[in-house]
Design a protein around this ligand. Sequence first.
Ligand code: NAD
Length: 508
Amino acid sequence: MATVGVQHHKMFIGGQEADADDSYEIRNPANEELVATVAKGTLEHADAAVAAAKKSFEAGSWSQLGPDDRRQVMLAIADGISENIDELIEAEISANGATIRQAGGFHIGLAAPHFTYFAELAGKFEAEEGIHTAPYPTISQNILRREPIGVCAGILPWNFPLVLALWKIGPALAAGNSIVIKADEKTPLSTLLFAKIAKEAGLPDGVLNIITGDGPEVGARLSGHPDVGKIAFTGSTAVGREIMKVASQTVKKVSLELGGKGAAVVLDDVDINTVADAAIFGCCLYSGQMCESITRLIVPESIHDELVARIVKRIGTLKMGDPFDFDTDIGPVVSKRQHDRVLSYLKVAQEEGAVVAVGGKAPEGAEFEKGYWIEPTVYTNVTNDMRIAREEVFGPVLVVIKYSGDSDEAVAIANDSIYGLSGAVWSGDYERALDVAQKLQAGTIWVNDVHMVTPELPFGGYKQSGLGRELGPDALKEYTEVKHIHIDLSQKLEARAYDLVLSSDDED
Ligand code: NAD
């Protein structure tokens, strides 16, 4: 069902485009205009994609390639990303509302370097390690093999659809697997474009399949599918729990990147202006719709008022508006649903007694009549037991929580959360900062920095922020099975442990 003047996008199964009877409308979050239509996948598409992945894996066109051959194809894919960067940026911005600076620097800008990292890991991948053991019970040669799992599946959220897909596709392909990706309903455009780039770069048909579809139907099918050996999910903690439950029926491997409520501990020796800018960057990048956003600022009483005043002043300089304008600092949130959700949290915060330092509502004016806009918002007078401090808002909202000046008190507040994805500490003294960093319970802690995610270093959560790690040198291990092959070298029956069951054979 193509709408006149608006392109219709199909899924990608077994190296071919695949359409569906029904479709999604993709609307620009900045003005609600129709951007594209996309085929809406069904259970049959999920099954067809898994079958295509399985067939390609068994055929060996990718799974049996040597590491350097895989590396070459993956590097060609990374080049393809760079060559199509403008189209990818446009696809991303028009569906998820990232500003052009954010899309160029993060959402799409990270795609080629991150995929290149996985290509290089593919080239270095050691599938076998030989171990010669001591002669007990027999002298033996042992081989440890890291084998691809077979068919892997990834389920993606809407906020960073391409990069988060590559965090799954990259290591899965580098280890020799085939993969099925279920893109989010609202933002599948950049991922579908990537599938074409990968095919043109020489990835064999069926190795990468991109489908769409509603989560509870199509996503759940992948989570429970008996031919899927591993499921990698990025999204909300609530859906992560559901996926884990469904995946348990076939005991498949699961990795989860879930929600967060990142806390930054500010010590009393900081430069106020620097920390104010960092705090705004931490909570306002992509309008706060990032799992690792810093959304709780834990500030000593001694500098609280001065820091809040500086943050408010700097937020007053931010330009909100058209994401395609290079001067825009803050774009819309992704959807009406997300807009309503953030507004409902703003209401909760006020009912709980939080005080608005800046923002606290949707902006007014003709340019904000269409689209989903929320003012960057800072609350003071917040305690860590309030919902606004405990629950993930996923909008440009920062709460400031005071502490007496004892850093252990600040650490206790920061750690009092079901989440543990990211955290930060700000200080002019590295020893003090490191002491706090070591006590914070989260998978990534930034010292005097924020939002730094690099492919060379692992990313993932403590507690209910997730399971497993993406990125880093061990990323491929999440996409492999370990096999131990034991070869007896003694040539002597009596040297083995068989006598635990068999007594000696008198006939010999
Ligand atoms: P979501 O959990 O609602 O949806 C994510 C994906 O799961 C979508 O593709 C959806 O279709 C699918 N899905 C929904 N129900 C499903 C089910 N029952 N079974 C299988 N799949 C299902 O999340 P969202 O609203 O798209 O994204 C926001 C959330 O993602 C936030 O909580 C955020 O913190 C988290 N997130 C985490 C990271 C990270 O790396 N930790 C990164 C980005 C986003």
